[in-house]
Design a binder for this molecule. Structure first.
Ligand code: KG4
Ligand code: ZN
Length: 362
């Protein structure tokens, strides 16, 4: 059923549809050939968050044109694709279903292998498209609107990914978005807080540094308390009839988030004797997160890698990057009846069980 590959470099098409972005990317031997994303973010804005049914329908509409544009961008036909990789989890179930159904159809009609990829492994691999292969091992901090995770990554596709820590409640970006609303700043809150913070004094308000006391989990995060602290700070000013400095509030919040994120990431580098920290996700765009990460990495002699913004947010190129690594490592493709796993734990980059592996099928 699978076509024989011509001698030379293999081309992998990656599909991402776990949330509100429909992404198609094409990668050949670590090289990015195409990167196309359609977002349904505007359709969700008036509901104040992603509506799963709207996201799934938007993926249905966007799938074909996005894949078409990616093939055009790479100057390739479907028949020239050697493998298809698709996010099979975690994510919104209806949204994942649409991406998998489309990817499965493409793989079947082209007669090429299909790989089921863990979304967070895609975020990690995104950096390889800009900076080349990841040094082994490295510590990866994923910080977006939906995820906040600290990982220890060895060989991304051959070895299990060690999940060092996660947020116990809100993700870092979610914290920025919620506090922005409390401060009366527009959505998305992260960039608005970043802008407002430029004129503020980060020491004007003392916001807590959650889970940083001795005895706390060194790699777990918690951001919902910061949201409460910001709300109390605003409320105190209102009750006293005092003028509120949004700039000071934004700067202090940004400082607290950047401090906790980078402190824990560097602690992980030290504890595991790792020389490279990779920061990915929308919050990696934050000027203070970047600045403090640079400062602390330089002081600790750790190399800092941050991919460009367009590869930090959800996209198909990062899934193609994982598929490319899987294909080149000779990994077993997914059976065509592979299913989605909306709450897939992060253990392996591939959500297809290895032959003889004791772990359960996705
Ligand atoms: O990775 P991403 O684009 O989407 C997913 O969540 O998958 O991340 C979006 C998040 C939002 O919460 C947004 O407010 C935050 O990243 N963000 C920022 C900045 N730019 C985007 N947060 C802080 N500072 C920024 N400059
Ligand atoms: Zn993501």
């Amino acid at each position: 059923m699978q076509k024989g590959r011509a001698v030379g470099k293999s081309v992998v098409l990656g599909i991402e549809s776990s949330c509100d972005e429909t992404g198609a990317g094409i990668v050949r031997d670590g090289e990015l050939l195409a990167h196309v994303v359609a977002s349904s973010m505007d359709e969700h804005a008036r509901y104040g968050g992603v509506v799963p049914e709207i996201a799934a329908r938007a993926h249905l509409h966007a799938f074909r044109p996005v894949v078409r544009r990616a093939l055009d961008q790479a100057g390739l036909r479907l028949a020239q694709i050697d493998a298809v990789a698709v996010t099979t989890g975690p994510g919104l179930s209806g949204a994942l279903q649409v991406g998998l159904a489309g990817a499965r159809t493409l793989a079947y009609s082209a007669g090429v292998p299909l790989y089921g990829v863990h979304h967070l492994a895609g975020h990690v691999a995104a950096d390889t498209l800009e900076h080349g292969p990841l040094p082994e091992p490295c510590v990866v901090l994923i910080v977006s609107g939906g995820h906040t995770s600290l990982l220890l990554v060895r060989d991304l596709v051959r070895e299990p990914i060690l999940h060092l820590g996660d947020t116990l409640d809100d993700a870092a970006g979610e914290c920025f978005d919620k506090v922005a609303r409390i401060l009366g700043l527009p959505y998305p809150g992260g960039p608005a807080i970043d802008r407002a913070a430029r004129d503020g004094d980060p020491r004007a308000v003392t916001f807590p540094r959650p889970l940083t006391r001795p005895g706390d989990d060194p790699y777990a995060f918690s951001f919902s308390g910061l949201k409460t602290a910001a709300a109390r700070w605003v409320e105190r000013h209102r009750l006293r009839g005092e003028q509120l400095s949004v700039a000071d509030g934004a700067a202090a919040l940004q400082e607290a988030v950047a401090d906790v994120l980078t402190r824990k990431a560097l602690a992980a580098c030290r504890a595991y004797d790792v020389q490279t920290l990779v920061v990915v996700g929308g919050v990696a765009a934050n000027s203070r997160v970047r600045g403090l990460a640079e400062e602390r990495c330089a002081a600790a002699g750790v190399e800092l890698r941050v991919p460009p913004m367009t590869l930090c947010t959800d996209n198909g190129a990062m899934i193609a990057a994982v598929g490319d690594l899987l294909l080149r490592s000779g990994a077993e493709p997914a059976p065509l009846n592979v299913s989605i796993d909306p709450s897939a734990p992060l253990e392996y980059a591939s959500l297809t069980p290895l032959p003889g592996s004791p772990r359960r099928a996705a």
